[in-house]
Design a protein around this ligand. Structure first.
Ligand code: GTP
Ligand code: MG
Length: 279
């Protein structure tokens, strides 16, 4: 499966971000804890080279705990400041302030030498669509300042949000990049909901997901749907459809609706906490 999604609004968002990055001290890059490799946008990696950077592994509540630990160790080894958070409940927010100050310590030190004390830091919050950028800003600032929603492409314009007197955060639209070289990247981003569902081949995506789960998380499908996991994926999809009572008016199994339900189950952790990538 070869998925790509790079609509025009992302090109213009990237253009604004290349300008705005000149105004900030720090880039806060949100990755999805379930797919930290695929959710790392190379265009954001090369944005503002030399700027301080903080990586937040968001949606850590949906990813496997042990995998989260391994990813944190991986980024620390790279020399990057990193935290695992849950922007929905606010878990991990108490550590953000110190992590920001630590990432910006050179800047703070430079200011201090010039006699500037406690100047608010400015940070750009960036990441792929639907990763939780706006939720993070709301959660950290303890106010509903930025619009959020459970689909990619909710934030369209840029928006500055002041957090007390210490930090100014710039919310940005989610951006992908022109071409996923590795088809697995497109697949993983589609599974977590960062690609517009309307352009996805849902049924095919469902069978790919079943293959991934059988291989990487044996037992999860059996537990959730009470099916035998051994059959090949189209048969398995039909078996799950039958279990769930997903039938078309004529009594035929509705595999499209079944695939949609399995995807929903993955995204809301009803299949348990699942990481799709390891360092
Ligand atoms: N389970 C869980 N859900 C989260 C978390 N953070 C955000 N969400 C949900 O993810 C969805 C997307 O959140 P947004 O904050 O709108 O994401 P965004 O990155 O701003 O998305 P765009 O503006 O479309 O690029 C919402 O339904 C949030 O409730 C988290 O840590 N855990
Ligand atoms: Mg947003």
């Amino acid at each position: 499966m070869n998925l790509q999604w790079y609509p025009g609004h992302m090109t213009s968002a990237m253009r604004s971000m290349r300008e705005d990055v000149k105004l900030v001290d720090l880039i806060i890059e949100l990755l999805d804890a379930r797919v930290p490799r695929s959710s790392r946008n190379p265009d954001l990696g090369s944005l503002g080279t030399g700027k301080a950077r903080l990586i937040l592994l968001n949606k850590a509540d949906l990813a496997d705990e042990e995998c989260n630990r391994r990813w944190i160790a991986h980024f620390k080894e790279e020399g990057t400041e990193v935290l695992a958070i849950n922007a929905k409940t606010g878990q991990g927010m108490e550590q953000i302030r110190n992590a920001v100050r630590s990432a910006c310590k050179e800047k703070i030190e430079r200011d201090r030498r010039r006699g500037i004390l406690n100047r608010p830091l400015r940070a750009m919050v960036a990441g792929i669509p639907n990763v939780g950028k706006s939720s993070f800003i709301n959660s950290f600032g303890k106010k509903a300042a930025a619009k959020t929603g459970n689909k990619p492409g909710v934030t369209r314009g840029r928006q500055w949000i002041k957090i007390r007197n210490e930090l100014e955060l710039l919310d940005t639209p989610g951006v992908l990049w022109p071409k996923f070289e590795d088809p697995q990247v497109g697949l993983h981003l589609a599974l977590i909901g960062s690609i517009n569902d309307e352009i996805l081949p849902t049924e095919e995506l469902g069978t790919e997901l079943l293959a991934l789960l059988k291989e990487g998380w044996p037992g999860r499908l059996r537990e959730r749907y009470e099916v035998e996991e051994d059959s090949d994926t189209p048969l398995l999809l039909a078996a799950i459809g039958k279990r769930l009572g997903c039938l078309k008016p004529g009594g035929e199994i509705d595999t499209l609706r079944t695939a949609r339900l399995i995807l929903d189950d993955l995204r809301s952790a009803r299949l348990g906490r699942i990481s799709l990538e390891l360092p």
